[in-house]
Design a protein around this ligand. Structure first.
Ligand code: ZN
Length: 777
């Protein structure tokens, strides 16, 4: 599985043919239109999905594979078959069609597999770990493969599944952190050879050859190539011959000896990196210092008392370096109490993580982790050689935190607080203590008398109080958001843009894959500028979009892109010869629909704006906000810039932010985030306990529906006689009828003459009948 994956093109071709086959099977089932394009695509063909854990195709290759499927599904759900793919794959929260990007699914599967196996300590995890270490030996660097810069060292790594995943993650600004045992430096002034070569900025081809020479010689550091006194480069290494008696802690792969020109390059580069300009025996410019490695790594030892050389060939592996415990400050508190003593240790922790990760559950978990780590540290410091495992009772008022930490429930990387729970479980498995967890009921102080509480309940109340006090201290010091570093016992951690994730989220990975290209589209079409992107409340928009009926969801996506059934596109698609608006006859694109100057459009607009105003009253919108929103909405049909002079000073920043987002943005439901705090203040003022986020999401939906009703009104006109084109056709046909009657019926055959008896009855016919009548004549 993790070996080189040759024949990648064949895999892609096979997947394309499977996708085509699937699209063909689907075609007869799509006789009826479906409202949601994802209805079919949610259930990706399993033949495409099963191999995803192993495939390492790029985003373009996956788009090509999905192309035949989309060509069939999109038109059936009322979307143009050539609709921009980056919007098709964009999340619904960002006004995309929300078809899951298969590349995103592939990345998700890779991450899920690595996290699950590496943190679960499975056999596959051990195999992956061995592969990562083999890669590390191969690249000769101090970091694990997935933590290295792909540009610098990828040339040194063999083409395996892991290398391709590494490239894929690098393209998305993600990396995985593991405990890779570092290649050991054995003495003072020692260094990794590859680091030295890279410092010399040798080019990538030379680096590849130098690495080959190093792999053949089975050496990684300067100490590996020097004499025991650390003063000279050994002659055999200099000449490119492996010293098979030399002890090495690693299992090196078989390597063919490079040819003579590469050994000349090897000598030249070593000279540049380590040697002074002259010296026959290759003395180092900076001799190595004191050796600090284990005796086991030496073939021969000399005893100063006995004066003998002693053979010593017993390599034994040492464990990973121990980290020192550092207790973080935070809003959970832990007390460590001896059974009978009066002394205690109090640990106060600030819950690490992004604002969206914060919860009471996470607070309880960080408290448990801190307690376990502190006890183990104390034990290691004071009683490192205890013969029996001491027992420690640990209690917490979060039942699910206790259960997740101490019970053997299966844990998935997608579970909430995966990073903390997996770290706690690893800490427990490494612990020298036998733990007895228990649940204690919390928050009993309100209903019970303090004296009636048990000892555990009283202690729990004490730590609750400490946590609250600490939170107040942090709030006063404005230390609200702590960093979320990798925990000491976290076996595998996912970082996105240098931020550690508390869990693996399918949605988030899809966003990482699709948003960069969607942003490009926003900029290219002047829909959302970089400035306004930061002003928009995306959470509100996401909530509004998810609440919309499927048809309206799809409608707004088509209409912000502008690829919808307006005159402009009907001409483009060859359905009509004129791009004229059915209401006013002007050129019609998606921006014209709410701006049409026809009287019927104006009436509809006024009706909808009045309805919005009423809605805002019913939903207790601040009068100042209502005034500002209506003023901005006026800007849709009245291009003169709305003035902020009449806006009060408290509302003005939000007004200006919304103005930067634009009135079309407002009509498409994109609200500035500043409105929410203002409306919250208003709710507080009138003692209303309504949810401001719900208010904002509904307001956004109301705005989107104004645009939709303008479109519906336009369609109603198009299919009525009020339509501009129909009106013109009526005039032409009526003129034709009049001129036929004016010419008289003399000299005409009798059956034709009968058709020219009553002018009024002909004029009363429908348009189609009148056109037929003229054709017969
Ligand atoms: Zn018009």
């Amino acid at each position: 599985m993790l070996l080189s994956l040759e024949n990648h093109n064949a895999q892609e071709a096979q997947l394309v043919s499977k996708a085509k086959e699937w699209a063909e099977q689907l075609r007869p089932h799509l006789l009826h239109k479906v409202r949601r394009v994802t209805l079919y695509l949610d259930h990706n063909p399993k033949k495409l999905e099963y191999p995803m854990a192993l495939t390492t195709l790029n985003a373009q290759q996956w788009r090509d594979i999905m192309s035949p499927v989309l060509q069939v599904c999109l038109p059936r759900s009322g979307v143009c078959r050539n609709f921009p793919r980056l919007v098709v794959f964009a999340p619904v929260d960002y006004q995309g069609l929300g078809v899951p990007h298969p590349f995103g699914k592939q990345v998700y599967k890779h991450l899920e597999m690595i996290l699950r196996h590496m943190s679960g300590g499975t056999k596959t995890g051990a195999y992956m770990d061995a592969n990562l270490q083999a890669h590390q030996l191969e690249t000769g660097t101090s970091f694990g493969l997935l933590q290295q810069d792909y540009q610098n060292t990828s040339i040194l790594a063999s083409d395996t599944w892991l290398k391709r995943v590494w490239k894929e993650l690098e393209s998305l600004d993600m990396y995985m952190a593991f405990d890779s045992p570092a290649l050991s430096l054995r003495c003072h002034h020692d260094a990794l050879l590859i680091d030295l070569f890279m410092d010399l900025e040798v080019d990538q081809d030379d680096l590849l050859w130098l690495n080959w020479c190093r792999m053949f010689l089975q050496v990684a550091t300067v100490s590996d190539i020097t004499t025991a006194d650390g003063r000279y480069i050994r002659q055999c290494i200099w000449n490119g011959f492996r010293d098979d008696t030399y002890w090495t802690p690693y299992n090196w792969p078989q390597t063919v000896r490079p040819g003579r020109p590469y050994w000349e390059l090897w000598q030249r580069t070593l000279s540049r990196a380590l040697l002074p300009s002259h010296g026959q025996h290759h003395p180092l410019l900076q001799p190595l210092g004191h050796w600090h490695d284990h005796f086991e790594s030496w073939n021969w030892l000399w005893s100063p008392t006995v004066g003998l050389f002693q053979g010593c060939m017993d390599p034994s592996c040492s464990g990973p370096p121990q980290n020192t415990v550092r207790v973080r400050v935070g809003t959970a508190a832990v007390q460590l109490l001896p059974r009978a003593g009066t002394a205690r240790i109090v640990i106060r922790c600030q819950t690490p993580g992004l604002p969206q990760d914060q919860s009471a559950h996470r607070g309880e978990l960080i408290g448990l982790l801190a307690g376990i780590m502190a006890v183990d540290w104390l034990l290691q410091q004071w009683f490192p050689a205890l013969s029996q495992r001491p027992g420690v009772k640990i209690a917490c008022d979060g039942l699910s935190a206790i259960e997740m930490a101490f019970e053997d429930r299966p844990l998935s990387p997608t579970d909430a607080q995966f990073d903390l729970i997996s770290s706690i479980r690893e800490a427990i498995s490494r612990s020298l203590v036998s733990w007895s967890p228990r649940h204690v009921y919390g928050h009993l102080d309100k209903s019970n008398l303090f004296d009636e509480l048990t000892w555990w309940e009283k202690k729990n109340l004490e730590v609750d109080g400490m946590a609250v006090d600490f939170r107040k201290e942090l709030e006063a010091a404005h230390q609200l958001i702590p960093p979320n570093p990798r925990f000491f016992t976290e076996l595998a951690a996912l970082f996105v843009a240098d931020t550690k994730q508390s869990r693996l989220s399918d949605h988030f990975i899809q966003e990482c894959v699709t948003l960069p290209r969607l942003r490009q589209q926003w900029r290219n079409r002047n829909v959302i500028s970089e400035e306004s992107e930061n002003l928009i409340d995306w959470e509100t928009l996401g909530r509004a979009m998810r609440s919309l009926p499927a048809g309206l969801q799809r409608w707004i996506t088509k209409h912000w892109v502008g690829m919808c059934g307006t005159g402009k596109f009907k001409v483009y698609w060859g359905l009509e010869s004129s791009a004229a608006c059915p209401r006013c006859g002007e050129f019609e694109d998606h921006l014209h629909v709410p701006r049409c100057p026809a009287a019927s459009a104006r009436d509809e607009w006024d009706r909808r704006v009045t309805a919005l105003s009423l809605w805002m009253d019913i939903h207790l919108t601040s009068p100042a906000i209502k005034h500002a929103i209506l003023l901005l909405l006026q800007g849709v049909r009245d291009s003169s810039r709305p003035t902020s002079r009449l806006i009060s000073r408290t509302i003005r920043p939000a007004f200006l932010a919304q103005e930067a987002i634009g009135c079309q943005g407002l009509l498409e439901g994109r609200l500035a985030s500043l409105w929410l705090s203002l409306q919250q203040n208003y709710f507080d003022e009138i003692h209303s306990r309504r949810s401001v986020s719900l208010w904002a999401s509904r307001l956004s939906q109301q705005l989107i529906s104004i645009g939709f009703y303008m479109w519906e009104q336009r369609n109603a006109v198009q299919h009525s006689d009020d339509n501009v084109q129909l009106r013109e056709r009526h005039c032409v046909v009526n003129e034709g009828i009049h001129s036929q009657f004016d010419m008289g019926s003399a000299d005409l055959p009798p059956d034709i003459r009968r058709m020219l008896t009553c002018r009024h009855s002909v004029l009363r016919k429908s348009l189609v009948d009148k056109e037929e009548w003229l054709k017969l004549l």
